[in-house]
Design a protein. Structure first.
Length: 271
């Protein structure tokens, strides 16, 4: 069965990057720097006009300079984004990873064409050891293992995939059955070789589901369970904590803006 793999062309384009630009990554600077910059500009102009005969008017000038600086940041961000999207799309990618995978993928294809299936599989295992969280690599290895009839082994590489196909879900079920449907053993083997640093949010949720199925006291006292728990607590904190971590700088800037505007509003009313 394994010899039949050589007749199949690669099904997964391993030249694709692990990450690509998301829409939220392109919109976030507009909200972070554009909206706040406009607010600083309006407030700064008002302070400069209201206190133009006072030393406090200097603060209004500083607020306008800060707004200009944020506008410059926007210009750099979107200028680079436009350049990358039109002329250099690989700027958004893990270029070294992409080139390395593409080079090894060429060798894997040549090995398969020459019938050297085991050698190709060894190369693919080597790539996964270099990029353990790359789901494209894991999927391709899973495909080859399934074609070789090694469904349970394929399921171990596919279980953390965020969007498995129906055939791949069958391999995952085979992996469950091969481990007696024991959630701890499944969790322990699923994280083998996985770094966690490059897992997507969807893959992290899959890991969380596995983690939540472990109930035995002895298993929960193991270092594996504790390590996975610590990892999930770090990457998937409580919603309020996650919101603070992601938007801390913006929240602090808005707080400072509100304090400054409130101060000058009170001062203007006093005048």
């Amino acid at each position: 069965m394994m010899s039949e793999i050589a007749s199949h062309p690669p099904r997964i384009d391993l030249s694709r990057p692990t990450k690509v630009p998301r829409q939220r990554d392109l919109v976030a600077p507009l909200l972070t720097h554009g909206v706040t910059g406009a607010a600083w500009a309006v407030a700064g102009f008002w302070v400069l006009q209201a206190f133009n005969t006072s030393i406090l008017g200097f603060i209004g000038a500083l607020m306008l300079l800060w707004a200009g600086f944020k506008a410059l940041i926007l210009l750099v961000i979107y200028g680079a984004a436009l350049y990358a999207l039109t002329l250099r799309q690989d700027m958004f990618r893990f270029v070294a990873e992409r080139r390395h995978i593409a080079r090894i993928n060429t060798r894997i294809t040549r090995d398969l064409e020459a019938g050297k299936v085991e050698r190709a599989m060894d190369r693919l295992h080597g790539l996964i050891s270099c990029y353990p969280d790359n789901m494209g690599l894991r999927r391709r290895l899973g495909i080859y293992l399934m074609e070789g009839g090694r469904h349970a082994e394929a399921g171990r590489f596919l279980i953390l995939h965020p969007a498995p196909t129906e055939e791949e879900r069958g391999a995952i079920r085979a992996f469950y059955h091969a481990n007696g449907d024991d959630p701890f053993q499944i969790l322990r083997k699923s994280i083998k070789g996985v770094s966690g640093a490059g897992l997507s949010k969807a893959s992290q949720r899959v890991l969380l589901q596995l983690y939540a199925q472990v109930h035995r006291d002895a298993d929960q006292r193991s270092w594996v369970y504790r390590a996975v728990g610590a990892y999930l607590h770090h990457v998937m904190p409580a919603p309020r904590v996650a919101f603070w971590r992601e938007h801390k700088d913006l929240i602090l800037e808005v707080a400072v803006f509100c304090v400054v505007v409130a101060f000058f509003f009170v001062m203007s009313r006093g005048l």
